[in-house]
Design a protein around this ligand. Structure first.
Ligand SMILES: Nc1nc2c(ncn2[C@@H]2O[C@H](COP(=O)(O)OP(=O)(O)OP(=O)(O)O)[C@@H](O)[C@H]2O)c(=O)[nH]1
Ligand SMILES: [Mg+2]
Length: 252
């Protein structure tokens, strides 16, 4: 098969609409902020480019906790030259509470990439550790290899005395082989969904809103730093999956 005849659907799974798709799961302990992250991501897309939303956020919750999953679907902007289809990425979160293990098993089926969604809060350390071990056990030897893994630590807005030292996360994640020993900055990211949400709200409420907008859409150049930090791990995982598939292709 020559590369020019190749469709993205030949190297990616297809979703129920037959579209090439990456499935990314945000896997992390309860109260880490997974639902908050997806909410911010949706709000950002709505403000910047609603055409990239394939299906908006579904949340299955009880008393503010996720009991099954959150799910939403986006697509990449059209590719130049349009030789290839656009790529869809499905974002899922698991319910973090320990009692929901069965749901986590279901959500993780067919996952292409894992975002280990961790919590800076000191009180959450044991749960962080437990969660990473659970994710690794579920995926087995593909963990961090055929199935790329990126870690994101949320709640960087908290004062230092309430936060676990980032170095403890790095050591733990390397020891358990979730992330490589080199290029750590590409595999462990930090941020605050709270700050990202507040910064987006500030723009929406601003009297100078027009400075931020062009044709009613938020200019990417005006995207707050806090929002970049929250979006980065998803971008990185998408990139890792695409890169990996391309490498497989070159081996054919
Ligand atoms: N300080 C701080 N609080 C945050 C941040 N992100 C989320 N929270 C708060 O943390 C709490 C839990 O957030 P959720 O997004 O519901 O957490 P979750 O990971 O989805 O939890 P489960 O659904 O139980 O798995 C909420 O009170 C959020 O407002 C953050 O960046 N900083
Ligand atoms: Mg949740």
């Amino acid at each position: 098969m020559s590369q020019s005849e190749l469709q993205l659907s030949d190297i990616f799974s297809v979703d129920k609409d037959g579209k090439p798709t990456i499935k990314i799961v945000l896997f992390g302990p309860t109260l880490a902020g997974k639902t908050s992250m997806l909410t911010v991501f949706n709000a950002l897309r709505r403000m910047e480019d609603p055409d990239l939303i394939v299906s908006s956020l579904t949340k299955i919750q009880e008393y503010g906790r996720t009991v099954f999953f959150d799910h939403s679907v986006f697509q990449t902007p059209p590719f130049k030259g349009k030789k290839f289809d656009r790529l869809r990425y499905h974002l899922w979160t698991v319910p973090g509470e320990e009692r929901h293990k069965a749901q986590r098993d279901i959500v993780m089926r067919g996952v292409d990439a894992v975002l280990l969604f961790l919590n800076f809060e000191k009180t959450a350390w044991d749960l962080n550790v437990k969660t990473v071990k659970e994710a690794k056990a579920k995926i087995g030897e593909k963990f961090g290899k055929k199935i790329p893994v990126v870690a994101y630590i949320n709640k960087s807005d908290l004062p230092p005395e309430q936060r676990t030292d980032k170095r403890a996360f790095i050591t733990f994640l390397q020891d358990i082989a979730a992330i490589p020993k080199e290029n750590v900055a590409n595999y462990i990211m930090t941020g605050s969904c709270l700050n990202a949400r507040n910064d987006l709200l500030t723009i929406l409420k601003s009297e100078n809103r027009d400075e931020y907008l062009e044709n009613e859409r938020l200019k990417t150049s005006k995207r707050p730093d806090s929002v970049w930090l929250v979006v980065r791990p998803i971008q990185k995982l998408t990139q890792l999956v695409v890169q990996q598939r391309m490498e497989v292709l070159q081996g054919i």
